[in-house]
Design a protein around this ligand. Structure first.
Ligand code: ASP
Length: 325
């Protein structure tokens, strides 16, 4: 069962033209995270690597490709958490950083704090020599188009939001049974300047504890925070629920209590995993026992071998036709 990594590319509605790229992206990230684990790396190393790959992929709402705030600018949030020590690190409302997940890890590793925000996070990055990138390099034509469309007087705000999610996240268990999570996002389209969502908040955007498991979440942050979704799911697992049942209970509670839709990836320390969502879609992929699992719609679980001899493609391009279970 060990090691295992599970990634998501955001809950919502992926336009048909981008579905293949989303699946391809999550499959590459799961492969990247799994390669770290197979090489003996820790679950923390694996989730940071998987999320870094997704931040660099412009098809997701994290790093390059982040959605734009009301001023047409990018502000990003990210978190990491280590289930062995319950240490966490997060950044919120950061700009000019290509990989906020790596900065979140530096907050965990190099400070006594759990979260740094905006200018302070940038100052910290500078002090460690983390390269700054122009804001323009984080903005894609697609995100600018969505932003403009959302500002149109006849725009349907719910449709626009659900149509451009794409927050990314990962959970993993390494060979030692240590769990970890990481989540990264540009937030919600057209958000107010300075808005901080669920992603960098411990227990909302993610949680990891070796005694129960790890969760990374996606969905409308204001709803996720109201129910502290990640921690709620782990609470259900502590009460004896399976990874699937606990994930579904958490999501159902969020929907019925505050009307929020979303998705999660969840693992327990034994390597059981789930990718669950009550939005229309969530691109996800998992690597375990040399097999890649992936899907986009509810009930999908395609598989393919991750044996490099059988797959010279190594995760680039669209996922080859898998086997549906
Ligand atoms: N949870 C993210 C936020 O509210 C958005 C998402 O998951 O798509 O910032």
């Amino acid at each position: 069962m060990l090691p295992v990594v599970v990634v998501h590319g955001g809950a919502g509605h992926v336009p048909r033209t981008r579905a293949e790229q989303s699946l391809s992206g999550v499959c590459s990230a799961a492969r990247g995270g799994y390669a770290v684990l197979r090489g003996g790396g820790s679950s923390m190393d694996a989730v940071v690597e998987a999320v870094r790959i997704l931040e660099n992929d412009p098809h997701f709402n994290a790093g390059c490709g982040s959605v734009l705030n009301v001023r047409g600018d990018v502000e990003m949030d990210a978190i990491v958490m280590d289930g062995r020590t319950l240490s966490s690190g997060a950044v919120s409302a950061v700009r000019n950083i290509a990989n906020p997940v790596q900065l979140a890890r530096l907050v965990m590793d190099k400070t006594s704090h759990a979260c740094l925000t905006a200018g302070g996070a940038q100052q910290f990055a500078r002090s460690l020599g983390v390269p700054e990138v122009p804001q323009e390099s984080l903005i894609t034509e697609y995100s600018r188009m969505r932003w403009k469309k959302n500002l149109a007087p006849d725009a349907n705000p719910v449709e626009c939001q659900m149509g451009k999610m794409g927050t990314v996240g990962a959970v993993a268990v390494d060979r030692e049974g240590n769990v970890a999570c990481a989540t990264s996002t540009g937030g919600m389209l057209n958000k107010m300047e300075g808005r901080v969502g669920d992603t960098p908040c411990i227990g909302s955007g993610g949680y990891a504890d070796n005694q129960s498991g790890a969760v990374s979440t996606t969905g409308v942050g204001e709803a996720i925070m109201k129910v502290t979704l990640a921690r709620l799911i782990l609470f259900h697992m502590e009460q004896g629920q399976s990874v699937e049942a606990a994930s579904d209970l958490g999501l159902a509670h969020m929907k019925s209590r505050v009307g929020g839709l979303g998705g999660v990836v969840t693992v327990d320390p034994q390597g059981r995993w789930a990718a669950r969502f009550n939005s229309l879609q969530m691109a996800w992929a998992a690597g375990q026992n040399g097999t890649l699992h992936y899907g986009l719609y509810a009930g999908e679980d395609f598989t393919q071998s991750m044996d490099p001899d059988q797959d010279p493609d190594q995760g680039h391009g669209p996922p080859p036709a898998g086997v549906r279970h």
